[in-house]
Design a protein around this ligand. Sequence first.
Ligand code: AMP
Length: 416
Amino acid sequence: MAEALRAPRGTLDVLPEDGRRRLGLLRIADEVAARGGYGPIETPIFESTALFARGVGDTTDIVEKEMFTFEDQGGRSITLRPEGTAGVCRAYVERGMHKLPQPVKLWYWGPFFRYEAPQAGRFRQFTQVGVEAIGSADPSLDAESILLLAEMLDRIGARGVRLRISSLGTPRTRRAYSDELREHLRGREDLLSDDVRARIERNPLRAFDSDHPGTQAALAGAPQLIDRLDAEDAEHFERVRELLDAAGQPYEVDGTLVRGLDYYSRTVFEFESTELGAQSALGGGGRYDGLVEQLGGPPAPGVGWAAGVERMLLAAAPGAEDGAAPRVVYVATAEDADAVQAFGIARELRLRGMHAEVEQAGRSLKGQLKHADRLGAEYVVILGEGPVQVKDMSTGEQRETGSAAEAIELVAAGGA
Ligand code: AMP
């Protein structure tokens, strides 16, 4: 195929086998979210660029270098959404959800876009599933949120799962701590990566995100935010931990955990899988108590997470997300069979909840039986060889029936 026609780098075509696994995960997500009282929400795939600059933070990697931004024909700056929380919070304000009983609990699923270097598990278009609970600072929402993701990962049989949690405190604590950390980093400036050095002034916490060896060496012995929480934040975090403990959810407290987005406060968390290699993060999130207000809404604390669908499936046990598969029946037609009748039988079988297919590529009867086997058919209805026959593919036994209607009853009843 001509180079110019190929799919853009870092994008993915989902073929049917993966498509089925994704739908299985979608069903699990819906079920787990609904049981927690979270309703589905869809927001636009493109938003005004200002939303992300304001909502995600303009010193973040995402806003500084990873957004797909363009001007529309009307001269407005538009961005393909790089994450979901800003759009959901915008909708919360714009659609008056703050007037509903609080907290408002929402979940979403869809495509997201980041201009990152593509590699295994990292794409430029990827899919996230996420939840948000907006309108309450109650620590039970933090614990509930974490447990929802834990449950989804458990349901898909994700392997090697590890949960790290921390607390970032409030913006005030964070400012005081940032001064302290800045001081520490300035004393070791020659060790730092250019990136981190350039951001000491604006966002020193980002140093913790860096895997640059010098930066990591500079961080050894650095003060940690988790040791600087004020009494209220510490108590909030204690409560979250108590609820996780009571639920039997294992976790590690990791004071170096800072998330890549500026809007977080208090609880932050990340699930990773040891099965995933370099891109080990399955999903993560935290509390964002100032975000809604920052977007022009009323004070409305929130907490939520997003998880990568492609990565969840990479970590999942094969087949765990499959639902019960319907019975497969193939309607085979010998040379002089009535194709209209075959089509009608297949349609009737589908109406009764079975997966039914007819011959559509001109194969011989022998070829059709082989194809039926490939499809995993339990039964083959055979037309055009005398009376209507039903072949049980597991035993090889073939039975004559009196009519098409009788054949349909027979396969619907499972051959009894
Ligand atoms: P984040 O919003 O960066 O916390 O991302 C949440 C989750 O989305 C991550 O833990 C990944 O599983 C997934 N994710 C983020 N960026 C990408 C990407 N470029 N490609 C694939 N998955 C991603």
